[in-house]
Design a protein around this ligand. Structure first.
Ligand code: NAD
Length: 258
């Protein structure tokens, strides 16, 4: 099989959490355009349905929409079961749902701290292990998690200690699972995006001054686009990355290089 053929995802079943919006939506499009059937998972069912319909129409992917809160173990188990019931297997998954809370550490409430850690880190743990149990049974599978450049550096000026800690946790969780499952056919990787100008971010009036600051700090003078993450995600999900596990691929336009 040639390299381009190996990079395609024809016949593969993949779920994406946080698929109703932003990076998850672009990732879902990318997987579907590469040939995969994609389950769009989100706490926002209406949003997930809309994206699933759009993608099915645009690409012919056999999409489904699933409502699940990634912090709820029962809902996560049911989500994986639904994907397997629909497609007969789970080839890859992209555990991407996440939130950010900007607040000075001394003012952040315990509830704010817990919510960020619950969704960004515990959610990735619950999804990775639920998907992992299915993949270990199958003897193959590729798990991809969303970390962030904030798992590597404290990006300023916005204070977000819970977010940074959660993303550093995702990187080490990814590496730990990769080691545990390396001999059993299940690969686990994460990506660490830099600032990505999703629709939500670009349209938020209150973020405009911050975007100017980020553009000024960015070596390329701009934010990334969600579509600019697609190729690395398709690579990690497919059969051209069979020796890539435990990797954290930074896609940040060199933001963390200095
Ligand atoms: P977004 O807000 O556009 O999308 C997040 C999605 O996750 C939404 O559809 C939301 O409904 C869903 N979600 C939230 N809580 C959930 C829960 N408990 N269960 C299930 N779904 C839930 O955000 P985005 O910018 O696309 O970010 C996606 C991921 O990428 C996040 O993990 C984020 O931390 C990470 N990231 C974003 C950037 C960036 O600059 N945009 C940079 C680095 C990393």
């Amino acid at each position: 099989m040639g390299i381009i053929e190996k990079m395609r995802l024809d016949g593969k079943a993949i779920y994406v959490t946080g698929g109703a919006s932003g990076i998850g939506k672009a990732a879902s499009y990318g997987f579907a355009e590469a040939g995969a059937d994609v389950a769009i998972v989100d706490i926002n069912l209406e949003g997930a349905r809309k994206v699933a319909e759009e993608i099915a129409q645009a690409t012919g992917s056999k999409t489904i929409a699933i409502q699940a809160d990634v912090t709820n173990p029962e809902e996560v188990e049911a989500m994986v079961a639904k994907v397997v019931e629909t497609y007969g297997k789970l080839d890859a998954c992209y555990n991407n749902a996440g939130i950010a809370v900007n607040a000075p550490a001394e003012e952040m409430t315990f509830e704010q701290w817990k919510k960020v850690i619950d969704i960004n880190l515990t959610g990735v743990y619950l999804c990775s292990t639920a998907a992992g149990r299915q993949m270990l049974k199958q003897g193959y599978g590729s798990i991809i998690n969303t970390a962030s450049m904030s798992g590597h550096i404290v990006n300023v000026p916005q204070p977000q200690c819970a977010y940074n800690a959660s993303k550093a946790g995702v990187i080490m969780l990814t590496k730990s699972l990769a080691i545990e499952w390396a001999k059993r056919g299940v690969r686990v990787n994460c990506i660490s995006p830099g600032y990505i100008g999703t629709e939500l971010i670009m349209q938020a009036e209150n973020l405009k001054p911050l975007i100017e600051v980020w553009n000024g700090m960015a070596p390329m003078g701009r934010l990334g686009k969600p579509e600019e993450l697609q190729s690395v995600l398709v690579y990690l999900a497919g059969d051209s990355s069979t020796f890539t596990t435990g990797s954290d691929i930074v896609v940040d336009g060199a933001f963390t290089c200095f």
